[in-house]
Design a protein around this ligand. Structure first.
Ligand SMILES: [Mn+2]
Length: 327
């Protein structure tokens, strides 16, 4: 992200009458928080803002209620078809926009804000910094460049993304700048303890039983420094847990000291497995996931596999060991 791009994006957003904003499918708190954080700032300046993400119906995770500005969200089929100015938040690739892709293609100005290393290069103005802790951190820089007082609503939304995308300030992308931003955001009056509770201490008993099931299947592959497990659609149905409610399970797996890489395979409705991978530092998983058409960060990435659990792991082991993958 160059200073020129940042200043050009700020110019465009200052001058725009209306801005259409989108974040990635199945938004996490960084995606939703960065989008709404910037939206609040623009709304406060009198700009017309509409926000969306490509889930139809737009079912939101439970924690989303904590974020102000949900009334700015429209369902993807009501999103402007050819916006003059469009902003995307936290999208590593164009296809993460799903059914909002045509709007991004048609947009006159497309401001692309993201921090994924595997970002694939869309946008007329690119605010992409793979070293940034979160998209929220990039949005904070953009808000400073636009000028004007940051509102409490923006601060809360950005704080939510900052806390969660840094694993509560523990990942390597956390810099003194990240912590200074957190401190600045916390000067605003919001209940950060309640926010943390909603993100980290809000599990249902059914989910905890499902974690037990997944952990009881944990397998180790020492030659690839890997631990892994899986959940099927039947597991989810039996537990009565939605697939979006299992996002934190990988954070339990990754604590295994026997391995460098943890992989969680979650079966999707179409039968394929969504694979989340995390490294403790020894493997570049953005590269590994790219071998399977996915992407992400060096230590946290994901992809979708056509193969069952055994076939998926067999291929992952080959990539982790630097061997050619059988198709
Ligand atoms: Mn992010």
């Amino acid at each position: 992200m160059t200073p020129e791009d940042l200043s050009r994006a700020a110019d465009v957003l200052r001058d725009a009458d209306g801005v259409a904003m989108a974040c990635h499918v199945n938004p996490d708190a960084d995606a939703l928080g960065s989008m709404l954080g910037l939206a609040h700032h623009l709304v406060a300046r009198g700009t017309e803002v509409v926000c969306s993400f490509p889930n139809n119906p737009p079912n939101l995770p439970r924690w989303a209620d904590m974020l102000p500005g949900l009334e700015l969200l429209v369902s993807p089929n009501r999103f402007p078809r050819s916006p003059a100015v469009m902003v995307t938040c936290d999208c590593a690739s164009f296809d993460r926009l799903g059914m909002l892709e045509p709007s991004a293609t048609a947009a006159k100005e497309l401001i692309w804000i993201d921090h994924h290393r595997s970002n694939d290069g869309s946008g007329t103005i690119r605010l992409v910094d793979p070293d940034a802790s979160s998209t929220c951190e990039l949005v904070a820089r953009l808000i400073d460049e636009i000028g004007g007082e940051m509102t409490r609503e923006s601060a809360l939304c950005l704080y939510a993304g900052l806390v969660t995308d840094t694993g509560r300030f523990q990942y390597e992308a956390v810099t003194s700048q990240t912590l200074r931003l957190a401190s600045r955001l916390r000067e605003h009056d919001f209940d950060h303890a309640r926010l943390s509770q909603v993100f980290y201490e809000d599990n249902g008993a059914a989910y905890l039983r499902l974690v037990g099931r997944a952990l009881s299947r944990l397998q180790e592959v020492p030659e690839a420094e890997l631990v892994w497990t899986y959940l099927t659609q039947a597991d989810l149905a039996e537990a009565g847990v939605g697939p979006g409610d299992t996002d934190d399970l990988i954070d339990v797996l990754r604590t295994a000291r026997e391995a460098d890489v943890a992989a969680l395979l979650k079966q999707q409705r179409d039968g394929r497995f969504k694979v989340s991978v995390r490294s403790r530092g020894g493997h570049d998983l953005a590269v590994a996931a790219a071998a399977f058409g996915g992407g992400g960060h060096r230590l946290a990435a994901g992809y979708t596999s056509e193969h069952g659990p055994a076939g998926t792991i067999e291929r992952l082991v080959q990539v982790l060991r630097g061997l050619p993958v059988s198709s």
